[in-house]
Design a protein around this ligand. Sequence first.
Ligand code: GRF
Length: 215
Amino acid sequence: MLKLAVLVSGGGTNLQALIDAIDKGAVTNAEISVVISNNPNAYALERAKDHGIEALCISPKQFGAREEFNRAFLETLNSYQVDLVVLAGFLVVLPESMIKEYENRIINIHPSLIPSFCGTGYYGLKVHEKALERGVKITGATVHFVDEGTDTGPIILQKAVEVRQGDTPEMLQRRVMEQAEWVILPEAVNLIANGKVSVSEGKVFIQEQPAAKEL
Ligand code: GRF
C-alpha cells in the first residue's frame, strides 16, 4: 500500500480528484495518510477533513526564520513515513533537504505542457494568461517528479487540451483542470502505486499495460 502525503495551498480540486479516484477504485494500492497546507484557509483542508483524512497547516509565517519552518515541515512530514509526496497546487518552495531525502518520491501537477509556460513565476492563472498571450492552440497539464529546479524534474504523464477561440484565462484553466489535471494526477499515482514507473538518466519509463487478450 503506497502511503501518500498531499501538499496543498488552495481549493483542492486535484486533491478531490485523487480522493474520488481512490474511492472508486480507479487508483489502487494507495492511501492518503495526511494532507498538509501552508494556508490555514485552504478549502483543500476542508475536503480532507470531510473525508476523514488528517489535515494540518504548517506555514512559514508561524516561524521566525525560514530554516526553522523547513526543519519543522520536514520533521512533520517524516513523522507520517509516507512513500510518495503529491504536490497538488502547493505554492511553497520545498526545502532542498526534503527534495534530496525524497528523491523521485515527490510528484507535482503543473497546468501546462512542460517545458512550455513553466518555471519561476508560472503558477495558477498566470500560466493560462501566458498561453493565451502566445496564441498556442494546444496546452494541457504535466505530472513530473520534483527535483531541485522549478518544474524541471522527469516528466511522468502529460495530457493535451485544446485552446478555443474566445477563451479567457479562467475558462482555459477550468478546461485544463477538468480534462487534464484531474485525469493524469490520479493516473500517475496509480501507476506509481502499482510499480509501473521507473526513472533512468532523467527519463521516466512506464511499464505498458498488457494488451487485452484477443478473444
Ligand atoms: C492547479 O491548477 C494546479 O495545476 C496548480 O495549482 C492549481 C491547484 O488547484 N499547481 P487545486 O487546489 O487543486 O484546485
